[in-house]
Design a protein around this ligand. Sequence first.
Ligand SMILES: *[C@@H]1O[C@H](CO)[C@@H](O)[C@H](O)[C@H]1NC(C)=O
Ligand SMILES: *[C@@H]1O[C@H](CO)[C@@H](O)[C@H](O)[C@H]1NC(C)=O
Ligand SMILES: *[C@@H]1O[C@H](CO)[C@@H](O)[C@H](O)[C@H]1NC(C)=O
Length: 254
Amino acid sequence: MMFLIVFSLLTVCVTSEDPENGVLRLKDVPAAEAFINSTEVAVIGFFQTDAARGYKEFLSAAAQMTSLPVAVCGEQEVWARYGIASDTISIFRKADLHQEHLNLSEAKKVDADGLVRFMTMNNIRYVTEYNQASAVGLFQSEVKTHVLLLANRGRTDSDPLQERFRDLAPKYTGKMLFVLVNGSEKSNARVLEYFGLESRDLPRVGIYDGTLDEKWLMPSGEITAERVQSFCDSFLAGDLQQKEAGTSEDKTEL
Ligand SMILES: *[C@@H]1O[C@H](CO)[C@@H](O)[C@H](O)[C@H]1NC(C)=O
Ligand SMILES: *[C@@H]1O[C@H](CO)[C@@H](O)[C@H](O)[C@H]1NC(C)=O
Ligand SMILES: *[C@@H]1O[C@H](CO)[C@@H](O)[C@H](O)[C@H]1NC(C)=O
């Protein structure tokens, strides 16, 4: 609670909304740190001036990305803090402790649609909804192990299974990315197929490891936080991988 109060005072003192376009301007390092700390995914447009190439396109893309907190910053002290040398759009992520930098002077073409794609792809959260755009970001992440909740989902996000996932995910920061696969979505049929599942088998939990290009399914049954946690832990301990090797040996013996 104390932290919240200090935090909001800090935010009020050192940042202000630009009346021209309503975008948050970061005035100094504490403001930038507070902004980045405040959210799972933060986007900062580091622009020397408002006339810089890409600035208008950035604001236009930001206006379309209503779910992503966006700020701009031209303060050199902040640039130095984050190792920015020229106009750059940066994404700061908590789930895989990643910073993605788009160097604008190196970009061939800068348009709002391209920037929207860049932000959408890189919008990787503690729990990320799987779709064509997020799939790119997920596979580009250095965190190669994905824990998937495959479920037939309705319209709402208020689902106890998802809550369990959300509670667990931060414990695996930098080790595993948690992903929701909506089994009712036709475009996700291939993911179900990959795990050998059909819609009527859901919900199930699986792990995909991109380094080994292998998958494991948590045995069916109730999906409790404890079971998912021990499934994840047994992967991290290497036990799942061994069991899998054992199973295939058993098969060859048969
Ligand atoms: C942001 O988080 C980092 C790392 O947890 C911490 O060192 C820093 O003090 C935080 N900054 C603010 C302004 O909350
Ligand atoms: C961005 O690209 C320019 C031109 O190649 C280069 O001078 C600059 O150092 C790069 N910035 C970063 C942060 O890498
Ligand atoms: C899951 O997919 C179905 C079918 O496309 C859709 O109606 C539903 O809204 C989706 N649920 C979520 C939470 O996106």
